[in-house]
Design a protein around this ligand. Sequence first.
Ligand SMILES: [Zn+2]
Length: 127
Amino acid sequence: MKPKQTWPEILLTKALRERGLAFSTNSRGLLGTPDIVFHRQKFVVFVHGCYWHRHHLCPRSRIPRKDALLWLRRFAQNVRHDQLVARRLRLDGWWIFVAWECEILRDPELVGAEVARELGRRNEIRG
Ligand SMILES: [Zn+2]
């Protein structure tokens, strides 16, 4: 069982379904447990929270004043982990799309359109 979806995940999967795209939200066995998986295209979407995954220059990724150094170290670990996961998945032939929480909340349809466009490019290349 997949734990409860976050609000951005719910919005994005709804936008993708409305586009008629078929995907899975169960990524058991896949490194980094991506939130949305297009198995046939070997294409995954990570819905990243801006705070924990450190969205660059995003107001949601502020650094807490208290214990700032500790937090910075922890954040750096998160980012390193994300990079490692992305690198390994790419080596296995997966395409990766990172969808940021703040962008989905602002305009889920727009992010859905970007995912669909990337997926289309992926299909073209794979033939
Ligand atoms: Zn953000």
